[in-house]
Design a protein around this ligand. Sequence first.
Ligand code: HEC
Length: 109
Amino acid sequence: MNVRLPRAATAVLGACLLLGAAQQALADDYDLQLEVMAGGCANCHGTDGTRAGSVPPLAGRDADYLQERLLAYKRDEVADTTIMNRIAKGFSDDELTSLAEHFANVEQE
Ligand code: HEC
């Protein structure tokens, strides 16, 4: 028992460290995935969402507003849409929320 306890403690500690590393890797993966997703939006909405042309800019806009619009497109609740209804359907609600937060945090130039 005297010998097993430290071993068990070491194993628990090791598992915690591994779990921490795995969580960090998952977070990094998700950041990368978000960058890739957001890159597709930038094709139309401008690099980092700042340049617009006739497409509305996204950078620095209110996250709640962007999220609400994206979810509305996805649920076919927006009448005057040309493309966003189709694009929004390709993402989960969580992904749309992440994209909204991402663009809200891009500084407007
Ligand atoms: C093919 C071009 C194109 C791509 C790609 C695109 N959008 Fe759009 N987006 C538009 C257009 C055009 C509108 C105006 C509404 C419409 O016609 O559907 C719009 C509108 C929006 C709006 C509403 C803005 C406002 O002022 O109400 C949001 C939010 C948005 N897009 C987010 C995104 C996100 C996030 C992505 C990436 C997942 C994306 N868009 C990808 C063209 C695009």
